[in-house]
Design a protein around this ligand. Structure first.
Ligand SMILES: O=C(O)CCC(=O)C(=O)O
Ligand SMILES: [Fe+2]
Length: 304
């Protein structure tokens, strides 16, 4: 592999969090100097930043929505050593200096996927950059992708939570996240105790499984630069649809005191629900009139 050091741990893709080594340390695209040149050239909306340290139980997605445009990017990069700032770049690979590194990462991801039989191609792969002041916090959140996070500069503490453990993130919260309805997750010390804690240094990478909760605290010694490759697999897409299916069913089942059976336990059931979601959407687009009847049928199926 060109970007990752191969290791048996990689076979735990989307079933457990693990740490391994990447080979991209020292890549010129990731130097703070190059980032300071490239970031201002990216199209608007790719670079999101916030000033002031975040709290571990902040709503990560709305924090960025709220803070957008309040601060100048140039000033933020210039002062990041001391300014308690946080920059997230969504899709820096639209800039030519990131295209080769992205291609190389996708090749490795696809080798792992192929080995595990979870699809041939990485679906919707995209890079993310996280550049943050010492002591910055990335609040507890989940992402709608599988993820390999790589560290380039500074140190971090990364906590990752078991993805289907309802004590960490409830099924209803997963469903709301998938529907972009509510991205605020409850968090407290009891939940925190469920996480696997990783000390993260330059040259290391961590796999964060699809939908696994996580939070990050930067070390106090230096600015932190990390890059992630986010991607989906056919299995993730089936889970995504099955969760949307359960989300619709949950509302109807609640009325009669029932709950949909959980996702992530039985592959056949998840697949059936994913197909149910496709069928639901087809009917919904043709005829909203029969939607209620269809919802009742769907809810009955969801409880099995
Ligand atoms: O490193 C960080 O600050 C955030 C990482 C993260 O949330 C991710 O890679 O999904
Ligand atoms: Fe994340």
């Amino acid at each position: 592999m060109q970007s990752f050091e191969d290791n048996d741990a990689l076979n735990q893709l989307d079933s457990a969090a693990f740490k391994f080594k990447h080979k991209l340390l020292g890549h010129p695209s990731l130097s703070l100097e190059n980032l300071a040149n490239v970031l201002p050239e990216l199209p608007e909306g790719r670079v999101e930043y916030s000033k002031g340290l975040l709290n571990i139980n902040d709503d990560f997605e709305t924090t960025f929505r709220d803070q957008r445009k309040k601060f100048s990017l140039e000033d933020t990069i210039e002062n990041i050593r001391t300014s308690n700032s946080y920059i997230m770049v969504n899709h820096p690979d639209v800039h030519p200096s990131f295209a080769p590194i992205k291609r190389q990462l996708i090749e490795d991801v696809e080798k792992i996927m192929h080995r595990l039989g979870v699809g041939k191609e990485a679906i919707d792969p995209r890079l993310f950059l996280f550049i943050a002041s010492p002591n910055s916090i990335t609040p507890f959140h989940i992402d709608r992708y599988s993820n390999f996070l790589m560290q380039f500069r500074g140190s971090k503490h990364v906590s990752v939570f078991p993805q289907w453990d309802e004590r960490a993130v409830t099924a209803a919260h997963h469903e709301a996240y998938m529907a972009y309805a509510n991205t605020k997750l409850p968090f407290n010390d009891e939940i925190d105790a469920l996480g696997t804690k990783f000390e993260f240094k330059p040259g290391e990478a961590i796999h964060i499984p699809f939908l696994a909760g996580h939070h990050v605290r930067n070390g106090s010694d230096d600015v932190s630069i990390s890059m992630a490759i986010f991607f989906n697999t056919e299995q993730n897409n089936a889970w995504r649809k099955a969760l949307r299916f359960n989300g619709v069913a949950r509302k109807a089942l609640n009325k009669v005191g029932l709950k949909p059976a959980p996702i992530g336990r039985q592959a056949w059931r998840d697949k059936a629900k994913a197909m149910g979601w496709d069928a639901y959407n087809k009917v919904r687009s043709i005829q909203t009139r029969n939607q209620n009847i269809f919802s009742i049928g769907l809810s009955m199926m969801a409880s099995f």
